[in-house]
Design a protein around this ligand. Structure first.
Ligand code: HEC
Ligand code: HEC
Length: 142
């Protein structure tokens, strides 16, 4: 009888610790909805990139991300805000500028960007384009 009780106690502690530790490690199942960034990106690198977005546009995470309507926790994998999808295009745009026109491009690290979100945005989601007084067409020189 004593042995049985111990077994129950040990299993109980095991279950409790599994629940505790898995709750302490967010994203333990990997990221769920990466369409542009590398799917095997580390949590640290993704976090650095997201903070670059915040700094570049002077916004918070909720500018692009929403909360789960039931749990009220941030649900970063959801695509409910159009800003998130626009940002995907902006990641591709910024990455291709760096890849095509800058030599110090490291293909394994999107963080090694010479041109960043900040280069254009300077802390503003709607960067001022300073429209030229006269329309210009760079391609035909007029
Ligand atoms: C300017 C928009 C923007 C801001 C601001 C932003 N994110 Fe993101 N985030 C994105 C985009 C776009 C993706 C998806 C990238 C892709 O599809 O490869 C993403 C993906 C993520 C993911 C992966 C979710 C999954 O499982 O697929 C996490 C986690 C995340 N962001 C956290 C954050 C945090 C934390 C902040 C604030 C520090 C933040 N983001 C700020 C645009 C943004
Ligand atoms: C080459 C310049 C350039 C770069 C680099 C750039 N953007 Fe943009 N971005 C713009 C311009 C211009 C707009 C349009 C603003 C407007 O409609 O007035 C814009 C619009 C946006 C918008 C939409 C704002 C809205 O609510 O309509 C988001 C979000 C955004 N950019 C995120 C990013 C992120 C994140 C990065 C870096 C990965 C980035 N941008 C890099 C020029 C740039």
């Amino acid at each position: 009888m004593k042995i049985k009780n111990n077994t129950i106690l040990v299993s109980f502690l095991l279950i409790v610790s599994v629940i505790f530790f898995s709750a302490a490690i967010p994203y333990r199942d990997g990221f769920k909805n990466l369409q542009v960034l590398p799917k095997n990106i580390s949590e640290k690198k993704l976090d650095e990139i997201m903070h670059q977005f915040n700094d570049g546009l002077a916004v918070n995470c909720d500018y692009c991300h929403v909360k789960d309507s039931k749990s009220e926790d941030m649900a970063f994998e959801l695509d409910d805000k159009p800003e998130k999808d626009i940002a995907r295009g902006m990641i591709k745009l910024t990455d291709s500028i760096n890849y095509n026109y800058f030599r110090q491009y490291d293909k394994d690290s999107m963080l090694v960007w010479r041109v960043t979100c900040y280069t254009c945005h300077h802390g503003d989601p709607y960067p001022d384009t300073h429209k030229p007084a006269k329309g210009i067409n760079l391609l035909n020189g007029n």
